[in-house]
Structure formats: C-alpha cells, structure tokens
Write a protein that binds this ligand. Structure first.
Ligand code: FES
Length: 126
C-alpha cells in the first residue's frame, strides 16, 4: 500500500496507538484545536511528585495527529513535568522519523495539548 511519504514509525503508531483514552480525575487536562484543519486533541495526565505517571489522549484528528499524540505520550511518561513541557513538535516529528511537510502542522496538536495539561496541573497546585 502506498503511504504517501509516511515513515514506518508513523504508520505503526497510527495503526497501533499507545495510551488512547481518558483518565478520570486527572491532575492535568489540556484541550487544543488545530486552527489549520479544525481537528481537536485532549490530553489527560496523572502526576506524582511532579513526575508524569500516566497519560492518555483522545483526538478527533487525522492519522498524523494520532501518531504524534501516541508518540508524545510515550515521550512524556515517566518525565518530570518541567522536562515534558519542553518537548517540541519537532522532537515528536523527529522521533517518528519525520512527517510529510504538509502534515507538520498536525504535530502541533500533541505538543500544545501536553503543554496545556501541564499548565493546568501547575495552576491547580497554586
Ligand atoms: Fe488536522 Fe492533521 S489534518 S491534525
């Protein structure tokens, strides 16, 4: 099957996404919409001693959005919130061995939603 420039890793995370779902009573919650395409992403995090112990996502988005969210949950799990906050859309795309240029905007959703969830956690702590 032609995969129009998607790496094997993107296809693998798209067909077998990690950490899909919802966390009840999350310590942080982030929701962002992608202004380019109108797709939506939600991220839920559980935190203990500032370490992300669990993370789940739900997206109404394209295959690249699913693959990038899946990847970012793997990158963020076990990290200190301050480290996870620094994960960029480029980090995610690189970990996936790249995204087609016209799909780079899709990786914004995952990175932005994670940052929103971490901000939410920090606001609640205040
Ligand atoms: Fe909307 Fe990819 S087309 S997130």
């Amino acid at each position: 099957m032609a995969n129009v420039g998607y790496s094997k890793k993107v296809m693998e995370h798209f067909t077998n996404p990690r950490n899909v779902g919802v966390i009840e009573n999350p310590d942080g919650y982030g929701k962002v919409g992608n202004p380019v395409c109108g797709d939506l992403m939600e991220i839920y995090i559980k935190i203990k001693d500032d370490i992300i112990t669990d993370i789940k996502f739900k997206t109404f988005g394209c295959g690249s959005a699913i693959a990038t969210s899946s990847m970012i949950t793997e990158l963020a799990k076990g990290k200190h919130v301050d480290e996870a906050f620094k994960i960029t859309r480029n980090d995610v795309a690189n970990e996936l061995d790249g995204l087609p240029p016209q799909k780079m905007h899709c990786s914004n959703l995952a990175a932005d939603a994670l940052q929103e969830a971490i901000k939410d956690y920090k606001n609640k702590k205040k």
